[in-house]
Each structure stands twice: as C-alpha cells, then as structure tokens.
Design a protein around this ligand. Structure first.
Ligand SMILES: Cc1cc2nc3c(=O)[nH]c(=O)nc-3n(C[C@H](O)[C@H](O)[C@H](O)COP(=O)(O)OP(=O)(O)OC[C@H]3O[C@@H](n4cnc5c(N)ncnc54)[C@H](O)[C@@H]3O)c2cc1C
Length: 380
C-alpha cells in the first residue's frame, strides 16, 4: 500500500458530467485527477451505445467543453439531430479526453473506498488499478459515478440475478444470440423499457409481454421533446397493433422457475406463465458503499439531497420542469459533492444540460473556498 498526495480534486467517473467538470478545473488551473473504472471515457454510455438520446447534440454536450474543444481547433458545429449514446462518446467525449493532459484521466481505475479526516480536512481514497490497491489523498471529492449498473432487481430473491434475467437495454447481438424465438417479458414503464421493446421488435422478437405496475403506459407524459415522443409513438403503435401485449396493473411479487421457463406472480396472485426471458428496466440506485465513516443527509424516497428530493419528485416533474441549483444538491458539510445522474438518486428525470449548469456553480464554489489555495500559471 502506497500513500501519495496527488491532487487537490478527485473526480470519480469519466462520464459526460465527470469530463465536463474536468474541463472546468483544467481551465481554472485547479489540479485534479479523474478516476474511471472502465477502460475508456464514457464507459457507462457505451453499455447502451446503440440507443439514441432523446436530446439533441447541442443539449447533450457541455457548452464549456465544446468551447474548450473549439479553442483547440476541434469544431463540433456540424453535429445535428440526436446522437446515439456511442456517438456522443466517439465524437465528443473521446475528443475531450484527447485534449486534457493524459495523466489527468486514469482509466481502468476504480475508487473502492474513501474516508474524510476532519482534523486534516482531507480525504484518503483507495483506488484499485489492475488488481493493485493504492491510497491517495485529496482535498475535494466530486462524485460523478452515475447509477448505471446498480440496477434495482426485479425480486428480492436471487432469481433476478440468474440466467434469463437481464437488466439493461439489450443490443442486436444479444437479442440474436439469446432472445430470438423466445417469449419475453419486459418489466418497467419508463423510456428504458420502451427502448428495450423497440430493440426486441426491431430484431424480430415476436412474443413480447410488457409488464407494468400502473394501469397504462406513460405515453405522451414526457415533455422533453426530441426523440422521446418518437420513441413513445413507436412503442404505442406496437401495442395498438398487438405486436406487444401489454400486461397492466401487474406488480410482481415472486417468480417460479421450472427448467428454463419462468412464471411471474403478481401481488394480487395473477400469473404470467411460460416466460423464457425477463428484461428488467425498473431503475437504478446510487451506490454509496465506498464511503467509509461518512454520514450523508439523504432523502429516503429517492436517495438524493433532501432539498433536491422535493424539487425533482418524478411523480410531479418531468425532465424539463425540474429546476434546481448547486446548493440543492448538497448531501454533507464536508467537501464531497455528488453531481450528474447520481445526484438524482433513484429518480430518472435527470438531464445532462441541467447537470452541466450545476458544475458552473460548483467550480465557482471551489474557487472561492479556502480549501484550494489560489494558483498562478499552468499546472499540467
Ligand atoms: C437509456 C438512457 C437514456 C438517456 N437519455 C438521455 C438523454 O437523451 N438526454 C439526457 O440529457 N440524459 C439522458 N439520460 C440520463 C443521463 O444523462 C445519462 O445517464 C448520463 O450518462 C449521465 O452522465 P453521468 O456522467 O452522470 O454518469 P455516467 O454516464 O453513468 O458516468 C459515470 C462514470 O463513472 C464510472 N464509475 C462508476 N463507479 C466508479 C468508481 N467506483 N470508480 C471509478 N469510476 C466509476 C463509470 O464507469 C462511468 O464511466 C439517459 C439515461 C439512460 C440510462
């Protein structure tokens, strides 16, 4: 185990929010390191790289970072329409990575633990890189680690972690290899479930059951525009043309498996039989398990900052009606800041465009605190 004091600011995660924060710190000449557990920037985005964002290129990229790239001669003004998630990585995040100093983005490096010493006012952070554990120190931690991958499981049993259960949005290769000709249940009422249905139907799966808790799908409720309406319209027509069978008011209570066939049982004892594959799109949660001895002030409903929980309540607000400031996102009095998708906890109405704005306030706050001494000249 090695202890080295490397930087003033550590950013966890090189997704669009972590990279936008890195760009701001670089421009402000504040030393930082981004730790990314994947082997490339935007590695969560690549997990659903085949899916189109419902926001445009302009809304999906960070304006500060686009200006930074322009100052380096990278012109992104030709990009129009809504990108696929993979395109956002290839055309934008990779370029940002190429123009930030190479040692500031540490890939294949997972933050596994950290704690805060109130006497020294510093964090001790454990990172794992290629099986080697290192310990570093930092004055500020910015957590942009997202929620993708920390999926809510379908059932409190081990069944949902077994074969023929998948959390995520299946891609062409997976569908052709594992799901064609099968009787598939898609669980969930959000855009991820709609994307899963669309992909299954695109690659020839005929027997799709769409299981939702409520009485009807949330068609037409999204106000974010862009491709969200297109997605909802396409799925609505699949339901209306009976290419997808809607199973409403079905809250899953348990499942039974006989050989490779799954039976889903609802809370009111309805039964859905002969399912061969279950795709769950019922949300994800923020993982705080790497914090040691740090108590956060989190709202129990959505695992967000208490003030933010009232503002973003997804039962009352869609992505576009949510309006919040940096101070609404604070979860502790120590310099640990949760940004991006993770700041919204289990709520799914986070938008990149609004998340980038919070970073401006966070940057100003870091600049004005006494935590980081002011510096002159270039750092990297
Ligand atoms: C299917 C889907 C469609 C969406 N469409 C849109 C849209 O159209 N428009 C929009 O504005 N928003 C959309 N969102 C919401 C949101 O903008 C995205 O989820 C976006 O990826 C959030 O960015 P982020 O940087 O906060 O997190 P992420 O993109 O999830 O990035 C987090 C990064 O942290 C890394 N990481 C995680 N844990 C660790 C660790 N312990 N140590 C080191 N690294 C770690 C991950 O590998 C990842 O690279 C969508 C979300 C989903 C799931």
């Amino acid at each position: 185990m090695r202890l080295q004091n490397i930087n003033d600011v550590v950013i966890i995660g090189a997704g669009p929010i972590g990279m936008a924060m890195a760009t701001r710190l670089y421009q402000e000449k504040i030393p930082f390191t981004v730790f990314e557990k994947g082997d490339c920037v935007g590695s969560n985005l690549l997990e659903w790289g085949h899916i189109s964002l419902f926001t445009s290129w302009e809304e999906s990229m960070d304006n500060e970072s686009v200006c930074f790239l322009a100052s380096k001669g990278v012109d992104l003004s030709h990009l129009s329409g809504c990108p696929r998630s993979q395109e956002l990585v290839e055309e934008y995040l990779n370029k940002l990575c190429d123009h930030l100093p190479i040692n500031t983005i540490q890939k294949n490096t997972e933050v596994t633990k950290f704690n805060f010493n109130r006497t020294t006012q510093s964090f001790t952070i454990e990172i794992s890189k290629g099986g080697q554990i290192q310990t570093i120190e930092s004055k500020i931690v910015i957590d942009a680690s997202g929620t993708w991958g920390n999926f809510n499981l379908l059932l409190p049993s081990a069944d949902s972690t077994r074969e023929n259960f998948y959390s995520g949005i299946p891609n062409k290769e997976m569908i052709i290899r594992d799901m064609q000709g099968m009787n598939i249940a898609v669980i969930g009422n959000g855009h991820s479930a709609m994307n899963s249905i669309l992909e299954l139907s695109k690659y020839g799966v005929k027997d799709i059951k769409w299981v939702i808790r409520g009485d009807s799908p949330k068609f037409g409720k999204s106000k974010v525009g862009g491709k969200s309406h297109e997605l909802e319209n396409l799925v609505q027509s699949l339901v209306e043309n009976e290419q997808v069978k809607l199973i409403p008011a079905f809250t899953i209570n348990s499942s039974q498996r006989t050989d490779n066939v799954i039976k889903l049982i609802s809370e009111d004892r309805k039964i859905l039989e002969n399912i061969q594959y279950v795709i769950t799109n019922i949300g994800a949660y923020p993982d705080y398990s790497f914090l040691q001895d740090i108590t956060l002030n989190l709202d129990g409903r959505f695992m967000t900052a208490p003030r933010l929980a009232n503002i973003i309540d997804p039962h009352l607000h869609s992505c576009d009606t949510v309006s919040y400031t940096f101070s609404d996102t604070l979860v502790t009095d120590i310099p640990y800041f949760v940004v991006g998708m993770k700041s919204f906890g289990t709520a799914s109405n986070f938008l990149l465009a609004k998340g980038y704005k919070i970073l401006d306030e966070l940057t100003q706050s870091i600049k004005s605190t006494q935590i980081i001494p002011s510096r002159e000249g270039s750092l990297h």
